[in-house]
Every structure is written in C-alpha cells, then in structure tokens.
Write a protein that binds this ligand. Structure first.
Ligand code: CTP
Length: 395
C-alpha cells in the first residue's frame, strides 16, 4: 500500500517530535517517499538533518529556504502528496488548520492539498481537553481530516493524562487505510439521495420533514473522493459537492423518476433521503385561505422508491427510528430487499437530522450488526462505503 506513495510528514513543535523520526523510518522502509515538512518550532526539538538522513530526501523547513525543489512553489508539495500526516500536531497548528491560517510551509501545504490529511495530536492534557482544542478538532473532523486520538500515559510535564502521541503502529495503520480508501471506488458508479422531500399542499405550503441532507452529501462527497462517479439526487440546498453530478428534485415522485433514470448503470444506490410516505391527495391551485376552525387534508401514499426499484446494483437504505431501532431497521432491510441498512436512533443527542455527527448501526442482509460510536457524518460515510466496497469485491 505504501510502496511508491508520497507521504508528506508534517512535524510540529511538540516534545513528541522525536518520535516522528521513527515514523519517517518505518514509512521509508515500507517503500513510501517521505517528504518531511517541519515547522520552525519542530526544528528546536529534532534536527532536519536527522529526518533527512532517515528519508534520504531534503527536508522542508521554511517558505524561503532555497535548498529544496519544493520551495519554488509551495503548492507542488501539496500536489505531490498522496497523503499528508501531521505527527505530532500541536494545539497551535490544529487551531491554524481549523481556521485556514497558512503562515508557514506546513499550513500552506495543508490548505493547498487535495490529498487526505491525518492529524495525530500530542500535547499537555489540559491543552488537549480545552474546549477550544476539542472544537477545532471537531471542525477538522467534519471537514474530512482523520484525527488519531492521543493516548493516555505519562506526559512531558511528569503528570499522567491524555495527550501522548498515538502509537506509531496506529498512525501507520491510519495512513494505510486512507491510501487504500483513496481509490477503492475508482471506475464505480454511485447514486446517492439526500434531503427530505416536499409534498405541496398549495402554491405556498408543503409537507416536509427535518432531514437536512448532510448525511447524503457526506456520502456523495466521500464516494467521489474514493474515486466513484457520483450522482446526487437531492432536495437540499446545501452547496453541491465538487465533481458530483447533482439532480435537484422536490417531491417523492420526482425523486423516484430521477433515481430510476440515473440508477440504470449504477453499481450502488444509497438512499439517505427522507422520502415522504404520504402526499396531499389534491394540490390546491390557489393558496388555501383561512376559513373555518378546522381543516382536513386528505393524504395518499407515495411509492416506495427503494422497495420498488429493480436492478442488479447494491441497495443501501437508511432507517431513522425513534424506538425499536434494530428490529425496525431489520424489517425494512428484508421487506425492501436491501444489501445494507444504516439505522439511527434519532433520540440521541448530536445524531441524525440536522446534526454534523451521527450514531448509527449498520446491518447487512446476512444479519451482521455493526454498532458504531457517535462520529462525524463523513466518517459514517466512510464506514458505509467500506461495506459497499466489501460487497463489490465479492461480486
Ligand atoms: N424510502 C423510499 N421511498 C419511500 C420511503 C422511504 O425509498 N417512499 C427509503 C428511504 O430513503 C430509506 C428507507 O426507504 O432509505 C427507509 O425509509 P423510512 O422512511 O425509514 O421507511 P418507511 O418504509 O417509510 O417506514 P416508516 O416511515 O414507517 O418508518
């Protein structure tokens, strides 16, 4: 996996900077081309010469140093990277990355790169637990950075706490996984739906639901990053993900027609949309005026897109439940003939509709239940797509 890959290793000014030498050595031995970028503070803890000797490559330490081929244009390093790993990452660099500050060669590289970025924090426990650091990490996570939690143990201060750089094996494992995911959907087609449908009552009103579309957008974005050709059928007005074909619809019927059209050659259909089960029987042509104290709307059932669509592609459904989550999701998996269902309990805080994170359980048609902790919707997307890839390789 690492053979021939370019790993940009960012080292920042933490005591743990010396451990980056071990990391650079392991990555080099595994066949990766390791391009080390050090912040000024990092060079106070470990010399560039050490890293240069280990990697056999010039080490970049500043924007203006003349020695390296990457200095002429700092973006060339960003473009050359298959993955960027910052280990150790200080609270300061994490804060800069979270707010888009690019005042040195490392932060410039990260801002300019389209490669996946892994961040392994290492710092004093109070700094790590400080809400501002946690907020910054959450922001990075939501944007697709992979954060490798620090470990618990003896810190430089002599105290015991959280903040030690994660084990090197864990960091290398994350680098391998990111590289593996990077192109595992190359050549595959994917249709993803997102958002809640809107069923008109009259020209101004509709029956809707609380779906924001964030989960579907995360899936579309991540599937694209992993190499798939993605069509997103959406009711949401979130900014469209880069390089994804977007089809905007409003009602369940429009969504059904769009999905049927675009799913013809797809490898997988992931229905993250919250589709209305009922729509008003009649849509009033003019705005309904306030007349009596009571108004009854007649509703009729919509068609079930997932249950009715035919094709040899992988079918993935979502089940937002407020009770008997697993049992209800299983029933949907069976009745709709799905390969996977992603169940979420909408009563959990920071999970489900509108949130940036989600707490889900993935159930497959063989009965395997994978219960995941609360994580960003992008991370959930990765986990769901890992399962889709797993089915695709067996086919
Ligand atoms: N779904 C669909 N078409 C519909 C309703 C739902 O394709 N008309 C899809 C959703 O996109 C989701 C899955 O089916 O992937 C489950 O949706 P959900 O609304 O939870 O299931 P329902 O079958 O509508 O069950 P209920 O509303 O009774 O929980």
């Amino acid at each position: 996996m690492l053979e021939g890959k370019t790993v940009v290793l960012g080292i920042t000014g933490s005591i743990a900077a010396y451990k980056a030498a071990g990391l650079a050595s392991k990555l080099t031995q595994a066949g990766a081309g390791v391009e080390v970028v050090m912040t000024e503070a990092a060079t106070r803890f470990i010399t560039p010469l050490t890293l240069r000797s280990i990697t056999g490559r010039p080490v970049v330490t500043g924007m203006w140093q003349p020695a390296s081929e990457f200095n002429i244009e700092h973006v060339s390093l960003a473009e050359a990277a298959d993955v960027v790993a910052i280990a150790p990452a200080t609270a300061n660099v994490i804060a800069k990355l979270a707010s888009g500050i690019a005042d040195d060669i490392l932060t410039c590289t990260v801002l300019a790169t389209r490669a996946p970025v892994i961040v392994a924090p290492a710092m004093n426990d109070n700094m790590y637990r400080n809400p501002v650091t946690q907020e910054n990490l959450a922001r990075l996570r939501a944007r697709g950075f992979v954060i490798i939690e620090p470990g618990y143990g003896r810190l430089a201060s002599g105290k015991t706490g959280i903040g030690r750089l994660a084990e090197l094996g864990k960091i290398i494992g994350a680098i391998r996984q990111v590289l593996q995911r990077k192109s595992d959907l190359a050549g595959k087609r994917m249709v993803v739906t997102a958002g809640g449908t809107r069923e008109p009552i009259d020209p101004v009103r509709f029956i809707g639901n609380r779906s924001s579309g964030k989960m579907g957008y995360a899936l579309a974005e991540v599937a694209r990053e992993r190499g798939a050709k993605v069509t997103l059928v959406t009711t949401s007005s979130l900014p469209p993900p880069a390089e994804v074909e977007v089809v905007t619809v409003e009602t369940a019927l429009q969504m059904k027609r769009a999905v049927t059209r675009v799913a013809k050659n797809t490898d997988a259909l992931i229905m993250a949309a919250a589709v209305a089960d009922y729509r008003p029987e009649k849509v009033a042509r003019a705005k309904i005026k306030k007349k009596s104290a009571k108004l009854t709307l007649g509703l009729v059932a919509t068609l079930d897109i997932l249950a009715e669509i035919k094709g040899g592609f992988i079918k993935v459904g979502f089940a937002a439940e407020s009770e008997d989550v697993i049992a209800n999701a299983r029933k949907k998996l069976e009745t709709k003939g799905l390969d996977l269902i992603v169940a979420n309990d909408i009563t959990i805080k920071d999970s489900g509709f509108g949130a940036d994170s989600n707490k889900v359980t993935i159930i497959d048609k063989n009965g395997k239940v994978e219960d995941l902790p609360l994580m960003s919707k992008r991370e959930v997307a990765d986990r769901v797509l890992d399962r889709v890839v797993g089915i695709l390789v067996k086919r």
